[in-house]
Every structure is written in structure tokens, then in C-alpha cells.
Ligand binder design. Sequence first.
Ligand code: C2E
Ligand code: CA
Ligand code: CA
Length: 753
Amino acid sequence: MTINKTDNGARLANTILFPVVGLVLLAIAFSVALIAYTSRSADHAAMESERQLLRGSTQLQLEILAKEQEGAAVWDLADYYTRPLSASTQWLDANLGRWLYTNHGHDQTVVVGETGEPIYNALRGQQLSPDASRELISSIWPLIARTRAKFITRFRPLPSGLFVIERPLNGFTRSIHETGFALHEGELAFVSVTAISPELKQFVANRRPPAVLVSVKKLEGSRLSALETRSGVDGLSASPGADRPGATATFDLRSPLGMPIGYLTWTANKPGTKILSGVGPMLFFLAATIAGLTSVVLFYTRQNTRRLAESEARAQHAALHDSLTGLANRDFFADRFHDELTRWDADKGLIGVIYIDLDHFKDINDTLGHAAGDEVIREAARRLRVLVPDEATLARISGDEFALLLPGYASRTAIEHVLRRIQDRFAIPMYISGTHLHVSLSVGAAIAPEDSLSMGELLRKADIALYSAKGAGRGRWAFFDESMEEHVRTRENLAHALREAIGQDRLTVVYQPQTTIDGATVLSVEALLRWTDPKMGPVSPSVFVPIAEEIGLINELGLYVLRKACQDAAAWPHLGLAVNVSPSQFRHPRFIDDLRETLKACEFEPTRLEIEVTETVFADNDSNILSTLKQVQEMGIRVALDDFGVGYSSLSYLRRFPFDTLKIDRSFIADLEVAPHAHSILSTIIDLGEALGMKVVAEGIETRQQAAILQRTNCDRLQGFYLSRPVPPDSVPATEARLAADREPSAAISLSA
Ligand code: C2E
Ligand code: CA
Ligand code: CA
């Protein structure tokens, strides 16, 4: 199972980073918009001022046109020749039409009489029929009408009933005029209308409308460029028509009637755009830099948060996994277990809770070293992982202990099937540190809901089952059952009491003699541990010694016996001393050193000592065992093979290692009086020991008959209740004396008889 913390990290990064990036982008966009807006406003303002200038300039041009008319219109003769009674087209043609064309380039000259009817018309100096000007007249009629009206309003009544007219005295022109725009031959043109009047400043006259001079000057060529120069705009052009182009700078022209007739266009001076195009690249560069920097920051921040998230995930993984094997650890296992139990209901099937323990792992660690021990754990984890189904949780919960959770199983048999596969796989030796190791497993299982639905209970029961599997001889599995409870309880109590007894030095050692074959001379004594618990009474070493092995007390216990025995045996220096050494104690890496140090401390002669080992020390097929045995012998200590004949068998050890003594198991002796072939089997074993150069001891001699039978064999020594029960150290000399006394001829005879 992987815990995906990286996702959370990325999500976190996104919730922080994206708003920041968004803000930066927004700020950039806002700045760009602001700059664009400012430049457009600047452009707009500039265009407006250009339009203003253009307006002024066209006005000036119109005034100039009016001024040009003035010389012809404010003239006594003109006044005279336009009056209805004295009107003369010839005079007008010669003095107005042609003169205005040649001197001022007026394109059209029209004179409208007092009645409002055209009386003279000339196109570029060429006289035309006045009627041909009607279209023009009607298009500019408001100008004409206003000029006539202005003129009439100048008349002031005199008391005589006559009127006096006064010329305007200030201003650019002295004339009464109106100006505007018109279309002339399809092109835009300036128009000026001036009232024709006498030159006098003031004269008395009848109140009447004036004749007016109409002058038209097309807006083209030099006039357009003069306007351009005057207004200071570039690329000025005039276009007739009402539809003006949208985007360009324009100045609308309207006819006096208010109709749009055309427009002026020019190349607007756009300062904003200019500035923008000047700073634009810079702005772009700036924005690109900011965007780039933001991306870099974004990238690194994202990377860092990802790294952070990854290391967090690693930390979380480390918190939930075992570093040696990468399996789940105890906490993770507990979590999963808890989840499974909470989710459990009847149709989810059974949950198997399995404890797996490597047999003799401590010995592996002690003899091959921690590196090899770790390798064994790793290899065990690898094997288990392959065998365990997907939905299961496998965890390493302590040194050599694994736990397995098997959810959703239909039956106990299905769970058993998994356990069998695991055991089968471990039948194959591991190759560790250059040697093949047989590592077996003990497995204990509890099942939910049968055994319980509480995590604590299930684990406890799986542990009890494991304990029981180990007790039954390791390399096997056991399912929890109620009968185990009691057993465990007593075992636990025993272990507790034993620990206490050792701590308080409440154990004692008794000694059982080994005698010559005639039973008269004691040659040595075997030290046997005794423990009497205040509550439980005497507890047999065959019960508490295995417990001491299991709870790791055996080395301490072994050294305790050895020390005590050496001290006690100082009182009978002529006797040998046999001490039992359990397999675990024997395999302990400090065994040789401890042995040497204890003998030295008690000043005990090593040649007096014999250690008794059973063939179970060879169970692991470990080459170190032989070398330890040799080291013991090299110290001068003898080695006895205890309980020979029971267990696996036997003869191969005798060939592989030169034991000094062979102790025939007491079951052979007990058989003597009941089993028909026991006799010959016993003789064969004894002969075999003799042949291999070993001393042969028969133990468990309980009767005179048994002793008599052995006296007829090649057996070397006897040991058993018949000769003496194990006795406290003080009683050893007395026992010796008793047995010697029995050597009296009568007794000896009675024995052999
Ligand atoms: P073992 O090494 O075979 O010790 C001999 C056992 O046989 C002793 O039992 C002894 O009391 C008993 N025995 C002696 N003669 C007779 C007899 O004629 N008939 C019968 N039925 N039994 C006889 P014990 O003292 O109860 O010891 C049992 C086992 O406990 C020993 O078997 C030995 O394996 C272990 N043990 C005893 N003391 C120690 C010790 O100090 N260290 C270690 N490692 N193991 C010990
Ligand atoms: Ca023994
Ligand atoms: Ca024995």
C-alpha cells in the first residue's frame, strides 16, 4: 500500500501558487490596459486639439474669402449697378465676375438681386445664365437670408421717417457677410455671401434688402495646402459625401442647410501611439521578464513543494514501515487491523490473525553475527511477501516476529492453506553468509470472529497459539484453542517465578554419584538443579529448563549451576564433576569464554569437569557446534553425550565427534525387565561405545537386577536411584562412605549373585 502524499502537496502548491500567478497576470493585464487607455486618451486629446486648429483655420480661410469680396461688394458702383432700375450685367461681368476670378481665383461668382433672384452668374470668369445658379443659391439660401436680414437690421429710423444705415466699424471686414460650405461641381467649396452696399460709412436710404455677392472657392490644391500649413496638420484632404470613414481623424463639413456634405481628413498626430510604440517593446520585455520570473518562481516553488511532499511521504512511509524489510510496522499493522475489524460484518468471512516467528533466530544472530541475522530477516520477509495474497497485510512487529492479517477468508481450511504454503517455502534452506541455513517458522493463528472481535484479544490469542506451536517443537503452526490459555498461564507464572528465584538465589544443586560397575566406588557426581517455589512446591528441571531457554535465561542459569557445582566440588577433590549444558547455552557465542572464566574464578581443575550435552545441539546441523566441542576438549574438559538412544539417531554423531563418554538413556534400562530384545540392544550400544573408545555410563539404574545385568556387560559406570538419589552437597561424603561400606565381600557377592 502506498500513501499518496505527493498529491496533497501538489494540491497545496496549487492552492497557493495559482492565485499568486493569477494576481501577477492580472496586474500585467491591468498595466497593459492602463497604458493602452492612456495612450488612446492622449491620441484622442491630440486629435481634438488638431480638429480645433482646423476649425480655426477654415474659419480664417472663410474670412479671407469674405475679405476678398469686400473690395467688390462695398462699392458705390456695385451698389448702383445691382439696383433693379440700374442693373447692368455687363458691368457686373467686367468688374465683379472676371475681376474676382482673375485676382482671387473665385470659381463662381453670383449676384442675387434685391428681390432674391439671381441677376448675374459667372463660372471661372465665364458668364452663364443666372438661372444656372439656382441650385447653388438654394443650397446656401440660409447664408443669403441671414446676410439680407443682418443688412436690414442695420437701418435705424430717423425722426424724419427716413432710415440711416451704419456700417460695422470694427472687425476684420467692414462688410456684412455670412460664410459656409457648399458643394461645387461635386467638390467641397468655401462660400461667402456679402451684402452689396455703398462705400459710405453712414447714409440715409429707404429700408430695403440688399443685393448680395456670392463667391465660391473650391477646397483644392493650394487652398488645401494653405489650410494644412495654417492648421499645422499633416496629409489634409477634403472629401465630399456623407459617409465618413470611421477610424481616421475627420472634421465634418455641413451645408448652411445643416446637411453633412463632406469632411476633411488628415493624418492625426498620435502622441500616445507614438509613446506606446516607443515604450511598447520595453513594456513587452518587462511583461515577458515578469512572466518569465513568475514561471521560474512557480517552477521552483512547485518543485520544492513536490520535494517537500515527497519527503513528507517518505517520512510518513518511514513512520509506518520497517526500515530493514520495507514491510509495514506494528503501528501500520494495528491501523489496518483496526480498519478491518470496524468494517467487518458476517458476510465478509473470517479474518485470520497470524503471528510468525523464526525458530532459533537468537542463535543465528549470536553465532553468525548481526549482519547475517539481518540478512535472514530480509530473506524471510522476501519469501513471505511473495506468498502473501494481495489483500493481506504483512508486517514486521519485532526482531524476528512477523504478523499477517488475512481478511475475507471463507474457512479455517483456506487460512490453513496459506500457512502450509508458507511453511513449505521455508523448508528450502537460505543461503546466508556463504552457508546454507535451515530457518524454520513457528506460526500461531487466531481467527475473527470465532476467537474474538477485539484486536487486543485476537493478538493475544495468536501469540498464545504461537507459543504453543513453539512448545510443540517448532517448525509448525497452531490455531488458538481454549486449552492453551491455562497452559500459557502456568508457563507465564513459572517464567515469572523462575526469574525471581534466580534473582534471589533460591535455586540449589544436588549431586548424583556415578560409580564403578560394582557400585562401590564413586568416581564422579552429576550436578542437578533443584528449585522449590514457595507457592508451587518443587518444580522439575525438565519443566523449568525449557522455560529458561525460551525466556532467554538459560545462559545465566547454566553459569549459576556451573559456579555452584565448582564451589561445592572443592570439598571432594578426588571426584569428577558432570554438569548439564543445554543446547542454547552451548550455542551461545560466549559459552567458551564463560566456561573458561568460571573455572578460573573457582580455581577448578578442568580435567575434573565433564559437560553433558544431548544430541539436540546438532539439530541445526551447524558446523560451529563441532568446533565448540573441540575447544571444550582442548581445555581438558571431557564431553559426554547425554540421553543416548532417544531422539533422532544417533550413530552419525558418534562418528563425527569423539565424545569422551556415552550416557545410555534410562529408557533402555527401564526396558530391560519388560522388552525381550532390550538386553541385546543394550549390549550392542555398550559395545559400540567401547569400540569408539568412549566410557559408557548406564543411568537410571533403579534395581539390583538392573545393576546385575549391567555388570555382565562392558559398561563402565552406573548411575541411578538404586545406588543413590541426587543428594545435597553436604551428603556427598556420607553417600560415598555408604557405597564403599557396601563393598564388604558379602555385599559384593550378593550384588554379583
Ligand atoms: P538428565 O541429565 O538425564 O539427568 C538425570 C535425571 O534422571 C535427573 O532428573 C535425575 O534425578 C534422574 N534420575 C537419576 N537416577 C534415576 C533413576 O534411577 N530413575 C529415574 N526415574 N530417574 C533417575 P532431574 O534432576 O529431574 O533432571 C531432569 C533433567 O533436567 C536432566 O536430565 C537434565 O536434562 C535437566 N537438568 C537437570 N539439571 C540441569 C542443569 O543443571 N542444567 C541443565 N542444562 N539441565 C539440567
Ligand atoms: Ca545429564
Ligand atoms: Ca540423562
